[in-house]
Design a protein around this ligand. Structure first.
Ligand code: LMR
Length: 404
């Protein structure tokens, strides 16, 4: 007869999870929770990167609503699609993401759970190909970049991308980092709407970066999560397209979460370019295998809605109208904030949802306590996070904080 397990033995096995260290919660997710818990009616949440309209809401795009109706009526199965997700979705995205390179058969893509899923796959692919590859990351950057790169087991090499006090890109520092990089190093680049600074490379700066990346044999990994929110769908991908022109190997992590407003549905794609179609195919096989290990298959609904929009000319045209409206609102608010005080003028020359204010964590905290204004501790704020009637109050509080 088997011995009965002793109580002591059972306790020992239950202690496994007690060994876990406490974890510092993700700063942006913690901010969402803090803002939600604040009972003040006049709170202004410019923390997380979510578009808000004049009334302060984040409505579902008309074209997505229409597509969901079509899906509800005509989708006749929710059976598995496989690790690559919805292939028609990826094909229809091609021209928007890749522009004049859409016909290049060395460029292959697959559907991912949001841009974050694409980043995770891209970095894991790099690690599978070369575990000692280093990733050059300009700071500040999206707070989740480093955890995703670390999770892939890759080394991060940081350089200063932006000088918050001078409100300028540290382009010399960036270029000297790229000039001194080792062949095979990965360079993480923000395609547009730099998160968190809003400071995008100019056309000339992109040209220098592209030349150096190609010349030094570096592998660009472009995170393009906000395409269409700066100057236009094509314009916002111009740097990426220039890289595709000259680099044999490029990785692109794309997101539809913002430009189709499908945040919680998690819709994105990963694109791989290599020197020839056979190598790209092999890389895709690896990526599909990694996806299988992580989430097996991406969630379908959001991508199916985006695919339905892009499969219909009228819905695609309406999507572009809505996107242009979002862009106009972002740029109008930027202009309005910039005009309010000369010290805020730089915000008018930046792009996308984010800019940084010259505040330390203490000032950020004071804005929160005194004015119910929620922004990241870094001073990053979402320019399009507030309703129209909150803008003046926000600007007044910011100017007041700057005056000390
Ligand atoms: C942000 O930076 O606010 C967004 O990308 C949301 C997120 O997942 O962090």
């Amino acid at each position: 007869m088997l011995d009965q397990p002793t109580t002591t033995g059972m306790r020992a096995s239950a202690q496994l999870l007690e060994a876990l260290d406490p974890i510092k919660s993700d700063s942006l997710l913690a901010l969402i929770a803090l803002a939600e818990a604040d009972p003040r009616n006049d709170k202004i949440d410019v923390g997380v990167g979510v578009y808000r309209d004049g009334a302060g809401g984040t409505p579902i795009f008309r074209c997505i609503k229409a597509a969901e109706q079509i899906l509800w009526q005509h989708q006749n199965s929710k059976s598995y699609l496989g690790s690559m997700g919805d292939r028609r979705f990826t094909e229809l995205l091609r021209p928007f993401v890749l522009g004049r390179h859409a016909g290049d058969e060395r460029l292959l893509g697959l559907q991912t759970p949001g841009g974050c899923g694409a980043l995770a796959l891209g970095f894991k692919l790099v690690a599978a190909a070369n575990p000692t590859a280093r990733v050059l990351v300009g700071t500040p950057t999206w707070p989740n970049h480093a955890p995703v790169i670390n999770a892939a087991g890759l080394e991060i090499v940081r350089y200063g991308y932006y000088d918050r006090d001078a409100q300028a890109i540290r382009f010399d520092e960036m270029m000297s980092m790229l000039d001194g990089a080792r062949a095979g190093d990965v360079v993480l680049l923000h395609g547009c709407c730099h998160n968190p600074t809003g400071a995008d490379l100019s056309q000339d700066q992109w040209a220098d970066v592209v030349r150096t990346v190609a010349h030094r044999g570096l592998l660009p990994l472009v995170d393009i999560a906000y395409q269409g929110l700066a100057c236009g769908l094509g314009e916002d991908a111009a740097g990426l397209h220039a890289l595709l022109e000259v680099c044999d190997e490029v990785i692109v992590a794309q997101s539809c979460d913002k430009n189709f407003g499908v945040y919680r549905d998690r819709v994105g794609s990963l694109w791989i370019k290599s020197a020839d179609a056979a190598t790209s195919g092999r890389a895709m096989d690896h990526v599909a295998q990694i996806a299988r290990e992580m989430w097996s298959m991406p969630p379908d609904h959001g991508a199916a809605a985006v695919r339905t929009v892009l499969d219909d000319q009228a819905l695609t045209a309406d999507w572009q109208v809505e996107l242009a409206g979002m862009r106009a609102r972002i740029n109008n608010i930027r202009a309005r904030i910039a005009a309010a005080d000369p010290r805020l003028a730089y915000i008018g020359g930046q792009f996308g949802m984010f800019s940084m204010l010259p505040f330390d964590a203490h000032q950020v905290r004071q804005l929160r306590d005194t004015h119910a204004i929620y922004m990241a501790d870094s001073g990053r704020f979402n320019v399009v996070g507030m309703a129209d009637d909150a803008i003046d109050r926000f600007v007044a509080a910011v100017v007041g904080a700057m005056n000390g």
